[in-house]
Design a protein around this ligand. Structure first.
Ligand code: CTP
Length: 393
């Protein structure tokens, strides 16, 4: 791995990235521009990678470093990438070691911009970034948040090392069997208003759907994660759309499903909602004895017509008791290709935990998986669905 550090204040953050990569077993060659050395010491990088830091393109004994590093790298990641470095890369310059490596390599290149928001929003920088995208480089960030001291908040902040690490994992493409596929995942509960302060919801945490979205993205898919109010942070990578009610989710899925190869319907959508939500707060004194409910839309049913021909639809059923017959009935009546059955009343499965035990049911098979992490369930499910996708020409 070549990790390029350019001269911005965010340079200090990426000592952590170098360390994490080295701990995962990567051989990390850190290449610093001259300006980068003004912000952070090369020794910090040497201490975490165990390898010398390189900077000079014109040094005796190092004449071909730029070609050797470019050839050996499985990925080249520039983090942080300043406006100046982006401009140089966009115009094909090779006036320092890092720029020359970027020009000579044929490995995936990731560029993580970090600069003041005014420099970022300048049309010159935007044009340069667009050009890098067109060249096939992956642009990671920038994030929006606090900038350098006294500069307030805005777009231009470097992405966090964890996020960059996820993007590097994807760029390495070791498991890219979902590349080019469009995947929509729904997750989390929905929330229906009783009045302006109270809601009707359920205990879904969103973990299973988030794990599927993260795994599909890591394996190369274009992923849209449509989520109700979940208890976990969205994974970096997938596009993210936050929704609130069953109606919102139906609208979002309806818009997305026409171009999806697969829909994973992992959300725990409300079946019922208050029939007459009240504007303002219901006072104790004038609360009704009963709450009148009506059916919420069934998202799978109301979006059925809008599916792309040949799209695969994966449903989820959280059941108490054995539940297999109920799950089979849902498979048939909701027009699903597979349904993932899990048990609400089993230790280590269902809500609020990082593990799950599922049975993947199709019209002619039951595949009972052992108890495993939700991340592993996600990968097993993707392995099961992948052969069902039509080959694209
Ligand atoms: N589902 C949906 N819209 C709803 C309820 C459920 O699209 N309003 C989807 C879920 O996301 C899941 C599948 O339907 O993929 C099965 O969900 P489940 O709640 O088990 O099924 P229901 O049809 O609600 O049946 P019941 O609650 O009576 O078991």
């Amino acid at each position: 791995m070549v990790l390029g550090i350019t001269g911005g204040i965010a340079a200090y953050k990426f000592v952590q990235l170098a360390r994490d990569l080295a701990r995962f077993g990567a051989v990390v060659d850190v290449v610093m521009t001259r300006a980068a050395r003004e912000f952070v010491g090369a020794i910090s990088f040497e201490a975490v990678t165990g390898r010398p830091v390189l900077s000079d393109i014109l040094a005796e004994g190092h004449a071909l470093d730029h070609i050797r590093l470019a050839r050996e790298a499985d990925a080249v990641c520039i983090a942080p990438a300043t406006a100046d470095f982006i401009a140089r890369a966009a115009s094909g310059r090779s006036d320092d070691l890092l720029a020359a490596i970027v020009l000579a390599t044929r490995a995936p290149v990731l560029v993580c911009p970090a600069m003041n928001d005014l420099m970022w929003s300048h049309s010159q920088t935007q044009a340069n970034v667009e050009h890098l995208r067109a060249l096939g480089y992956t642009i990671v960030g920038p994030a929006t948040g606090p900038l350098a001291f006294g500069e307030g908040s805005g777009p231009g902040r470097a992405e966090e090392p964890d996020t960059v690490l996820e993007h590097l994992g994807r760029a390495l493409g070791t498991e890219a069997d979902w590349r080019g596929r469009r995947v929509v995942v729904t997750a989390g509960p929905t929330r229906e208003a009783v009045d302006s302060v109270r809601v009707l919801s359920n205990r879904s945490s969103g973990r299973m759907g988030y794990a599927i979205a993260a795994a599909a993205w890591r394996r190369g898919a274009d992923v849209l994660l449509i989520s109700g109010p979940a208890q976990v942070a969205p994974p970096p990578g997938p596009a993210f759309q936050r929704v609130e009610t069953a109606d919102d989710m139906a609208a979002a899925v309806g818009d997305a499903v026409g171009s999806a190869d697969v829909l994973f319907m992992a959300a725990a959508v409300a079946d019922f909602r208050p029939a007459q939500p009240v504007a303002g707060k219901i006072r104790k004194g004038d609360s009704p004895d009963t709450l009148l409910l009506e059916h919420a839309p069934d998202v799978l049913r109301v979006t059925r017509e809008r599916r792309r021909t040949g799209a695969r639809i994966i449903g989820f059923a959280l059941e108490t008791g054995d539940g297999r017959d109920n799950a089979r009935e849902k498979l048939r009546s909701k027009g699903l290709d597979l349904i993932v059955l899990n048990h609400a009343d089993e230790d280590g499965a269902g809500f609020d935990v990082d593990t799950n035990r599922v049975t993947i049911i199709s019209s002619d098979s039951d595949d009972e998986l052992p108890l495993m992490s939700k991340d592993d369930v996600a990968d097993a499910l993707l392995d099961r669905v992948r052969p069902l996708l039509a080959e694209r020409v």
